[in-house]
Every structure is written in structure tokens, then in C-alpha cells.
Design a protein around this ligand. Structure first.
Ligand code: APR
Ligand code: ZN
Ligand code: ZN
Length: 361
């Protein structure tokens, strides 16, 4: 029977989001119905509302979520009703050219639910990142559900579904940070904070956090930064070099997505070092740098999509590390809020007051 629930919908470009009745169909083949317990408020949700991602209004927002599977389609075997899951936007297909070459974390044909959730009048909703989780129940592809240890608090678990995972993976998967490395992270929001945690987990020796906001730098220390730089007060490239014997860091992670901070990351890196771009630029951004420096400085310039994560491999492992006290993911949860408070949370995010506001149900 179609479920009738309340969800946060962006009806038109720039309009404040509204709590609206959403109709959720029963799961068909390959689908799962999930009762959401927690969903973090991410920049991407705001980006959808502002028309920055597309024009497929109305959007059902929310995508950093955890919950319990309520029902599955007839052919679904990987998850079952009662399973505690984190939702992901990389349900790998197993057949595309990336999957076929054994690189499923790049999967180019990820799955979403085939049926549409709708408004009461039948208008189909576009779920944010193919999820849509500021809602009591959502319909996703079964592969978007990753079963993890249910002892973790849902508001902490859900964060692995997007931004924090992107940062962790930028350090662990894309950057390949390893024991003894020197690492710098430019931009220490939810994504950069995840990168700092990832660097600490991997055993980096020096972890330098760069931001323009003192609050973020305070939080960065809690994520394992050994040094912090306020780049309004000091030149970040010179400071990072100074803290790394004059050479630059082995891995520099850019977690903002701006040309000027990318350039800082590029020059703050040791010869043959690695730059990881995990911040997302906007279409008009351009970079003007000497091509010779790209050759002369060598190394690797990489981009990290969703932290190059493989949910089935990474989520259960990171949850276990958290439960063992080795990954303080709870530090990202600045506050828990009700589903009707997403618009206020966008404002707090804009003012830099929170790492994550998390809606709990
Ligand atoms: N130099 C240093 N730090 C900066 C600068 C700058 N010029 N400009 C902004 N920052 C800092 C902000 O103070 C903030 O702490 O970058 C951080 C960005 O963090 P958030 O705004 O919380 O964003 P986050 O959720 O971490 O996402 C970062 O990754 O996924 C993408 O779309 C997302 O592009 C965004 C990026
Ligand atoms: Zn694939
Ligand atoms: Zn997100």
C-alpha cells in the first residue's frame, strides 16, 4: 500500500523548502522501502534548492541518511526488513566499464529506484542524489542500502552517506595517505574534517588544517590536526612548507572547490606529492597556472568523487572503527533538529555555525 508521509520538498528555485505530504509506493523489483531515522543537512541540499544542480523541481531533499529497511521488492536478497542501513548514492551496477575492470568505486551506471515518489496530486518528485531522505520513509534501489552494525547512533551513521565519507575517502582512498606522511587539508568543514580524520586514521605524522574560520580550526584539532593555519592571517603555502621541513606536504587535500585554494594546494605540496580535489567547483571557475609547473613539480593531481568509496567495503568498516572508539564521527553532529527545521539549518550552515545539523525522526 502506498505510504503517505511528510517530507521536505524544494518546490521552485530559491523558494524556502516546505514540509509536504509525499506518497511513497511499495517497493518493486530491486527496490527497498526505508524508514529514515536520521538525515544530515548537506550543502548539496541547499544547492538543489537554489537550482545549482538542475531544474527538475520539485526536489525531495536529504541524502545523508540512516534507517531501517521496512520492506523490499520480490527479488531483493542483499537486505531484508529490519536491517539497519546507511543509504548511499553509489549502488554499483556490476556491469559498466568501470565495474568490469574491477573499479566499482567509479561505477558509471549506479542504480536508483525505478518508481517515483510523488506529491499528493501525482507530481513526481526528484529525490536529491537519487535518495530523498528528509522524509519518514523513502524508496531507493536496494543497492543503495548498506547494512552496518546497528549499535551506532543513526545520526552519526548517516553522515557516512555523503560529506564525511567524501573527506575520509579523499585521504584514505584517493590520496592514499599512509603512515608517516605529511598531510595538509585546505577547508575544514564536514568534508575537510573527514579528510583530517582519515589522515589521522592512516597514521599521518603531520596533519595541517587550513581554514579562514577559527571555529573550524578549533574543531580541526579535535579531528587530529597537529597544526592549524588561519589563511586570513598567514600565507598557507609558506606556512605548510615551514611545517614540513621547507618542502611541502606529501598529500594536500582541497576541500572547498575554488581556484585560489586549489592553487594553494598545488604549491603547498612537496615535489612528486599528491593533490586531491574533493571540493566541488562551479561551472564558471577557471585556473590560470604555468603548465611548466605541472611538469616540473611532478606527482599526482587527483579528484575524489564521493571519496572514491565503495559503500559495501567502507561503511561497515568505518562503523566498526567508530564503535571501537577509533573514529570520533560523533564530533560532526553539531545539533539534532526536527524535520521542519531544515530551512533554519541552511541558514546556520551558511553562517558557518555548524558542521552538521542532523534531522532525527
Ligand atoms: N581558505 C580557507 N578556507 C576556506 C576558504 C578559503 N579561501 N573559503 C572557505 N573556507 C572554509 C570555510 O570556512 C569552511 O570551513 O572552507 C570550509 C568549507 O566547508 P563547508 O562550507 O562546511 O563545506 P563542506 O560541507 O565541508 O563541503 C566542502 O565539498 O562536497 C563539496 O560541495 C561541497 O564544495 C563543497 C566542499
Ligand atoms: Zn558499474
Ligand atoms: Zn551531501
Amino acid at each position: 500500500m502506498t505510504a503517505k508521509v511528510q517530507g521536505v520538498v524544494a518546490a521552485a528555485k530559491g523558494a524556502p523548502v516546505e514540509l509536504t505530504t509525499v506518497l511513497v509506493p511499495d517497493p518493486g523489483p530491486g527496490e527497498a522501502l526505508v524508514r529514515i531515522q536520521a538525515c544530515g543537512v548537506c550543502h548539496t541540499d541547499l544547492h538543489y534548492r537554489e537550482g545549482g544542480i538542475g531544474d527538475d523541481f520539485p526536489y525531495l531533499l536529504g541524502h545523508e541518511a540512516a534507517g531501517v529497511v521496512e520492506a523490499v521488492g520480490s527479488d531483493v536478497t542483499d537486505v531484508a526488513p529490519g536491517d539497519f542501513v546507511i543509504l548511499n548514492w553509489r549502488a554499483v551496477c556490476g556491469q559498466c566499464r568501470a565495474c568490469a575492470r574491477g573499479r566499482p568505486w567509479y561505477c558509471f551506471a549506479t542504480h536508483n529506484a525505478s518508481q517515483k515518489m510523488t506529491l499528493e496530486d501525482g507530481t513526481p518528485l526528484s529525490p536529491a542524489l537519487g535518495i530523498g531522505a528528509f522524509v519518514e520513509k523513502t524508496l531507493v534501489a536496494a543497492g543503495q542500502c548498506t547494512k552496518v552494525n546497528p549499535e551506532i547512533r543513526p545520526e552519526v551513521a548517516g553522515l557516512l552517506g555523503c560529506g564525511v565519507m567524501a573527506g575520509l575517502g579523499a585521504a584514505l582512498n584517493t590520496g592514499g595517505v599512509s603512515r608517516g606522511d605529511t598531510v595538509a587539508v585546505i577547508g575544514c568543514g564536514g568534508v575537510g574534517g573527514g579528510a583530517l580524520l582519515g589522515a589521522a586514521l592512516a597514521g599521518a605524522r603531520t596533519i595541517i588544517a587550513v581554514d579562514v574560520d577559527e571555529r573550524k580550526l578549533d574543531w580541526a584539532r579535535g579531528f587530529g590536526a597537529t597544526h592549524v593555519i588561519n589563511s586570513r592571517q598567514a600565507d598557507p603555502v609558506a606556512s605548510i612548507r615551514e611545517l614540513t621541513g621547507g618542502f611541502g606536504a606529501d598529500v594536500v587535500i582541497e576541500a572547498i572547490g575554488r581556484p585560489e585554494t586549489y592553487e594553494q594546494a598545488f604549491y603547498a605540496r612537496d615535489l612528486a606529492g599528491t593533490v586531491v580535489l574533493v571540493g566541488v567547483p562551479t561551472p564558471e571557475m577557471r585556473l590560470d597556472m604555468p603548465l611548466l609547473d605541472f611538469f616540473g613539480r611532478g606527482g599526482a593531481l587527483k579528484s575524489s568523487w564521493y571519496g572514491d568509496c565503495l559503500p559495501s567495503r567502507d561503511f561497515p568498516m568505518l562503523v566498526d572503527l567508530h564503535l571501537q572508539g577509533r573514529l570520533p564521527l560523533e564530533k560532526f553532529v553539531s545539533e539534532t533538529i526536527e524535520v521542519g527545521q531544515v530551512e533554519e539549518a541552511f541558514a546556520k550552515m551558511g553562517r558557518g555555525e555548524v558542521l552538521r545539523s542532523v534531522v532525527t525522526f
